[in-house]
Design a protein around this ligand. Sequence first.
Ligand SMILES: *Cc1c(COP(=O)(O)O)cnc(C)c1O
Length: 224
Amino acid sequence: MVDEQLAARLEQVRADIADAARAAGRDAAELTTIVVTKFHPASLIRDLVALGVRDFGENRHQEAQAKAAELHDLDLRWHFVGQLQTKKARQVRRYADVIHSIDRDALVDALAEGDRVQCFVQLNLTDDPARGGVADAELEALVERVLAAPALDLLGVMAVAPLDEDPRRAFARVRAASERVRSLAPDAGAISAGMSHDFAEAIAEGATHLRIGSAITGNRPERL
Ligand SMILES: *Cc1c(COP(=O)(O)O)cnc(C)c1O
């Protein structure tokens, strides 16, 4: 039987997304909610599937690979949202439908040939390179490289709001970056932004792909 608290949290988040979309004059049907299930067991994903969820996000390759293998009987869409080591990129492509964290030339080059995969270019909204993401000034060059890579299908731009900035302001910067991306690639208008505590602000600034973890899953366990 599906955990009732899980069902209630999912219902609440769906209602909050619908409210935020309405407030922004947008149609909630154009939003994709990705439930980020890192640290949670595959059984939680099965429960979420029973509640109608199909898009799942993970941020660590080994964990994601194991869950994708364990759940291969289900028709799921896997989103890799974490920092990605170049040497792991091809392995991630074997199970991931979408890679949200393309942030440097070496990753583009590793994925340029072979099986096609959808991707986002991740923009760093901080000055700290350790946070992942391409620096704002290097966005266009990276996008051009992705567009030249036959196996990469660019959906748009992804970002994580900094902890020390008003999320609405941070997501306004992402929206501006998205417009720059679209001037190079008119079809790459998607925006992957918004987590448990800031998805309403992200929706207000045009997010199309929300990556929501704890607000739906509950607190993350320490380890699997
Ligand atoms: C964990 C994670 C999320 C979800 O975070 P919550 O605060 O639990 O909603 C979203 N995006 C990325 C990149 C993450 O690593």
